[in-house]
Design a protein around this ligand. Structure first.
Ligand code: ATP
Ligand code: MG
Length: 206
């Protein structure tokens, strides 16, 4: 059975933290592929001024284009209205009944996932890979993992990962201040941001 890792997110924009986590999970969790799925309209971030879903999708496609083990899906950006992880997983299971899906996120999400829409349905349709960043002791997360596994009959893997102090927020803030984002974001994505003038990009350097 093929094991597919799913990286969901706003990806506004995608940065090396996302890519490094995906690459790390591929080998460590012995996945066959990673599929990036940028959110459509995110009800959690509805008020934040951001590029269109299509632009976020295109940036994510550019970021993974050179990696044969990664791809980017437009499944959520094609959906009308708010997008929910539970619906995406149901759609994936229907479309690929022989695949096993692993949803990857930061371990802090273990403490909020019960507030997402239909958590039971999420756990039913995938294994969760929760990336534990930096030197956070695994024991802090183990309690939560066991609690959720018990309550929802979930399958949760804790993946020790490195601490990378990078976020899309940091990238957007740097762009706003006309500071370089080179090496934080893949070159092709920087070129796209520049071409479209996203995030107030004006930065020029030879
Ligand atoms: P923002 O700053 O706008 O919240 P973000 O950098 O957190 O953006 P998201 O699109 O919200 O990016 O995150 C998508 C996924 O990537 C989430 O599961 C998040 O936990 C994970 N992620 C983001 N940044 C990192 C990082 N530096 N290291 C590991 N995982 C990360
Ligand atoms: Mg975030």
């Amino acid at each position: 059975m093929r094991k597919i890792g799913i990286m969901g997110g706003t990806f506004s924009p995608i940065h090396i933290g996302h890519l490094m986590l995906a690459e790390y999970a591929l080998d460590t969790e012995q996945l066959d592929e990673i599929w990036f799925i940028p959110t459509g309209r995110s009800y959690l971030k509805a008020n934040v001024d951001m590029p269109s879903a299509l632009e976020r999708y295109e940036m994510t496609c550019l970021a993974v284009a050179g990696n044969p083990r990664m791809k980017c899906l437009d499944l959520e950006i094609r959906r009308e209205g708010n997008t929910y992880t539970c619906d995406t997983l149901v759609e994936l299971r229907k479309g690929y009944p022989d695949y096993h899906f692993h949803f990857i996120f930061g371990a802090d999400c273990l403490f909020t996932i019960e507030n997402w829409r239909n958590p039971g349905q999420i756990f039913e349709n995938c294994t969760i890979i929760a990336a534990v960043r930096g030197d956070t002791p695994l024991t802090e997360m183990t309690g939560k993992k066991e609690e959720l596994e018990e309550k929802y009959n979930a399958d949760i893997h804790l993946l020790p990962f490195m601490q990378l102090e990078i976020s899309s927020t940091l990238v957007r803030e740097r762009l706003k201040k006309q500071q370089s984002i080179r090496y934080l974001v893949p070159d092709d994505v920087i070129a796209y941001i520049k071409e479209k003038g996203l995030y107030g990009f004006k930065y020029e350097r030879k």
